[in-house]
Every structure is written in structure tokens, then in C-alpha cells.
Ligand binder design. Structure first.
Ligand SMILES: [Zn+2]
Ligand SMILES: [Zn+2]
Length: 337
């Protein structure tokens, strides 16, 4: 099959992904083989490709927002039928036995593997995944539009949950790309007012189109104090900025897997029982709950489609805030340049 392979991390501008022929994967035991139709491009992919996340598998095929069709079942796979349309998220597999798995917190599993990082992902024509960790895609979403739901959507949803935001509350978003453009639709559905702080004017416009009460730059102060805030951008310097905008007792959620160092914190910013909390991965429950809600709302994803061989170009656009719409998605059925 054809796939985008990362041999050595490097700046995306140097085009570290090679579009090459690799052996077709084969499903083991409880795995299914998927013919990939679409794979969303996530900021975490950028951290993998540029090496901010240390390599766990090399070479590796990135991509963890995968939509595909089941075309072969492993010998022990019984849950899914041939032809089922499923999504593969970042959380690839957990051990099921550690203290985190046994307490409903499999997102923190000691032995977790991650798609497109610890195992091969979806920047490819085919991939394998454990059938217990893939989700049926609601029929109302076409393949390309469904892809961003699988990480941007699920992680955004978990971030909203951890923010503790209540109906009628005021919620700040710092950064407005992939995850935020989906999360705002859930927040609006819950009758939450969203204040979007983002450096890019096009993203400010998108936030307003999607129902934000206000949009401004990352340094601009929202017109009201916030009950909670979520930082989607990988920029540690935003932590004191967001804390300053919070009410007493407010929660600040850090949604990214990687962040630049945070500057020293004035304790007064944290005092009055403000909390800072990170988001790590997702549970299967998050994924199932979110996809059900996404179909019910229904969520509309704004995508820009790139052919699979152009993955480097999609990552460059993501890095430079140049993705039109909310999310870049690879069309994995297009394998000619
Ligand atoms: Zn575990
Ligand atoms: Zn992701």
C-alpha cells in the first residue's frame, strides 16, 4: 500500500514525510483491517512529525482521526461486521488491568498505545486497529467530514467536560482551530456563551460565525469574567493570560498534549480557588458519548481536503494557521500526486 512514512522528525517545511510503498498491514487476533478513506490532520501529528513528542516507533505512519471501512476481521474479532464504517481515535489500546483502567480512567492507562505514534496510523491506504477501540460512525456524517470528530471532537468534548462549565456560563477559548471549532458547537448546544481569543483574524471570524459571543486577539481581555477557559493553542504564555480572565473558583483546562513552558505564575492569579487541569487522551466512553451528541446536534465540521500524498503541505498549513475552515483532512483514496 501507499503511506506517508516518518523516518526522522524534522521541521515540516523540510517535508519529513515520505510518500512510499510499504507492506500491507494484516489484522491480528482482535484487530480489524480498514480501508482508510479519510484521516484528519491534528496538531499532535505536527508534534510527532517535528519531534516535540519523542519517537516511540520509527519509522511511523502518523494520523489518528481515521475513517475507514472494515475489510478483514482478525480471527478473534466478533463485534464488527465486514463493511462497517468505523473511526479510529488517538487512544489505540489500553491494558484493561492497571489501576486507571479498573477505575474508569483508561485515558491514563500505564500501558496505553496511541494511534499514529506508538503504532501506525491513518496517513495510509490501509491500517489495523483493535475492534474494541474503534467507533461506528453515525451515518449522517460523510467520511471526510467525520474525520475531525475523532480527535478534535472527542478531545474538545473531554475538555468541555473537565472545564465544569454549566448552561448559561461564560467560557473562554484560547486558540480557535481544529478542536475549538467543534467544541463551540457543543457549548452553544448546552447554552454556554463562548469568548474566543485567537491570533488569526480568519479564525476570529469563524468563531463569530459559529456563535461566539465575542472574538478577539489572544492578549485582548474578554468583555466579561469567565467561569472556565480552555487553552487549545500549544502556548504556555497563555496560561497567566487565561487565569487573569477567570472568575474566582474558575477552571482553566489545557487541552494539548504538548505546550511551550509556562512563565512563572503570580500566586494571586491562582488564588481564590482557581484550578488548572490538563486533558490527557480520551476514554472510549468520551468517544461514544461525543459521537452520539455530534449526530444529535448535528455538528458541522469545516474542512479543507488534501490528497494523501500532500500530507506535508497540510501540516505546513496547520503550523502556520493557514488551514481554511477549521480542520485539514487527508483524502486517503487519492494516492496519485
Ligand atoms: Zn491500563
Ligand atoms: Zn489529535
Amino acid at each position: 500500500m501507499k503511506a506517508c512514512l516518518l523516518h526522522r522528525p524534522g521541521p515540516v517545511e523540510s517535508k519529513p514525510l515520505a510518500f512510499v510503498e510499504v507492506p500491507d498491514p494484516e489484522p491480528q487476533d482482535d484487530q480489524v483491517l480498514l480501508r482508510v478513506s479519510a484521516c484528519g490532520v491534528c496538531r499532535t501529528d505536527l508534534h510527532v512529525v517535528e519531534g516535540e513528542l519523542p519517537p516511540r516507533l520509527s519509522p511511523v505512519i502518523p494520523g489518528h482521526q481515521v475513517v475507514g471501512e472494515v475489510i478483514q476481521l482478525g480471527v478473534k474479532a466478533r463485534r464488527l461486521a465486514m463493511g462497517a464504517r468505523v473511526g479510529v481515535p488517538w487512544l489505540h489500546r489500553t491494558c484493561g488491568a492497571c489501576e486507571y483502567c479498573r477505575s474508569g480512567r483508561e485515558n491514563l492507562c500505564d500501558q496505553a498505545t496511541f494511534t499514529g505514534y506508538v503504532v501506525h496510523g491513518g496517513y495510509a491506504e490501509y491500517m489495523v486497529a483493535p475492534e474494541a477501540f474503534v467507533y461506528p460512525i453515525p451515518p449522517s456524517f460523510p467520511d471526510l467530514q467525520a474525520a475531525p470528530l475523532l480527535c478534535a471532537g472527542i478531545i474538545g468534548f473531554r475538555s468541555l467536560r473537565l472545564s465544569g462549565i454549566q448552561p448559561g456560563g461564560a467560557l473562554g477559548f484560547y486558540g480557535f482551530g481544529n478542536a475549538a471549532h467543534v467544541a463551540i458547537q457543543v457549548a452553544r448546544h448546552w447554552d454556554v456563551r463562548v469568548y474566543a481569543c485567537t491570533r488569526d483574524a480568519a479564525h476570529q471570524r469563524l468563531a463569530l460565525e459559529l456563535g461566539a459571543a465575542w472574538a478577539g486577539g489572544t492578549d485582548a481581555e474578554p468583555p466579561v469574567k469567565l467561569d472556565s477557559a480552555i487553552i487549545f493553542a500549544p502556548a504556555g504564555e497563555l496560561v497567566p493570560v487565561a487565569l487573569r480572565a477567570l472568575k474566582k473558583g474558575g477552571a482553566l483546562v489545557l487541552a494539548g498534549i504538548h505546550m511551550s513552558p509556562t512563565p512563572p505564575l503570580e500566586y494571586s492569579l491562582l488564588y481564590h480557588e482557581r484550578v488548572i487541569r490538563s486533558v490527557a487522551n480520551n476514554t472510549r466512553q468520551d468517544g461514544e458519548d461525543f459521537l452520539r451528541l455530534a449526530a444529535e446536534i448535528p455538528i458541522r465540521t469545516e474542512i479543507e481536503v488534501y490528497p494523501l500524498p500532500e500530507a506535508n503541505r497540510a501540516l505546513i498549513a496547520l503550523k502556520h494557521d493557514a488551514v481554511r475552515g477549521g480542520a485539514a483532512v487527508l483524502d486517503c483514496r487519492v494516492v496519485r500526486r
